[in-house]
Design a protein around this ligand. Structure first.
Ligand code: AVI
Length: 314
């Protein structure tokens, strides 16, 4: 975010987050341009299985998924659609009516729209520039004549980064976008042994650490925060009872962050919680979806059983 209003929202959220107990900064702020590049690099680390497993699931089950979607469907993706998974999906569909990527970054949306138009000249691409975590105007998604069905497509397990309550509210919105006769096709990372998760969120090459620590640099760059960035180290923690992995920036020695003349003191060992990534069993995700009025009709897995994709209907 380089616009002033974006920086102001960042400043307010950081001030509120550092005043909270425990200090927390919303994970969306990890994704400035540099953070987004680092996230792409995380996806290529040997330890971060999520992206590869999601793609393997797509490649293994796309014929069946495409036959469930059927002809004349309107696929609405939350995210730019720049990834290879979108191509696997679009290439498998039987005469799709249209494809709508919803993406906040105008540049990312324009680029992926150009690429997809070139790759799929027969598919109508209808980009919508918007923050998909907020309500989308229904006119932006309307087709005339309407498609046979809508499929709201949300791969990658970004749902993991929502707190449960927010995940239910978000799924409820997806249900309403898909209504009355559509489906939500959503990727969900599965619970797995601790060692595997800790390695995935603290890779040996230090890319995840750089991704997390970039938040401190961003605070210095965009809101003039005074920070001794060397004082903080990246840490991944798994909380069994919450079935989630958390990223933290932990103070190695006493330090102070100063923003707008306000001081936030950290003793050695104190941390800033920067992200949660919830892991689900099939049962726990089904029950989450049920709270949003959605029923999981079918679940697919990658060949190694690391990742799942649910077909949710109301
Ligand atoms: C985007 N999201 C699904 C990633 C995850 O696995 O929770 C973000 C991430 N954070 C650290 N590594 C990857």
């Amino acid at each position: 975010m380089s616009d002033t209003s974006g920086s102001e929202a960042f400043r307010e959220d950081v001030l509120a987050g550092l005043s909270a107990d425990p200090p927390t900064i919303p994970c969306k702020y990890l994704y400035d341009a540099k953070g987004s590049d680092l996230f792409e690099r995380i996806c290529e680390t040997p330890e971060y299985y999520v992206t590869r497993a999601d793609l393997a699931l797509h490649e293994t089950h796309m014929d069946e998924i495409a036959s469930m979607i059927g002809p004349n469907a309107h696929v609405i993706e939350l995210g730019s659609g720049a990834g290879i998974k979108t191509r696997v999906l679009l290439a498998s569909l039987d005469s799709p009516r249209a494809y709508t990527p919803i993406e906040i970054s105008a540049a990312a949306l324009a680029q992926s729209t150009r690429d997809l138009e070139a790759a799929f000249p027969a598919i109508e691409i209808r980009p919508v520039q918007a923050d998909y975590t907020r309500p989308i105007a229904s006119e932006a998604l309307a087709l005339d004549p309407p498609a046979r069905m809508r499929v709201v497509y949300f791969p990658g397990s970004t749902i993991s980064n929502f707190e449960h309550e927010d995940a239910v509210a978000f799924l409820d919105r997806l249900r309403r976008i898909a209504a009355p006769s559509g489906a939500v096709l959503i990727g969900v990372d599965l619970v797995k042994p601790l060692e595997r998760l800790l390695a995935a969120y603290d890779d040996a090459g230090g890319i995840t650490a750089a991704f997390n620590r970039n938040l401190l640099e961003r605070m210095r760059r965009e809101i003039d925060a005074e920070i001794d960035a060397e004082a903080f180290v990246h840490e991944a923690r798994y909380y069994d009872s919450l079935e989630r992995i958390e990223m933290h920036l932990v103070a190695r020695y006493p330090t102070t962050i100063v923003i707008d003349g306000r001081s936030f003191e950290f003793a050695a060992g104190d941390s800033i919680h920067t992200e949660s990534s919830h892991k689900y069993s099939v049962a726990s995700f089904k029950s989450l979806a049920e709270q949003a009025g959605l029923r999981s009709e079918k679940v697919w897995f990658d060949p190694d059983g690391l990742f799942s994709m649910h077909w949710l209907i109301s």
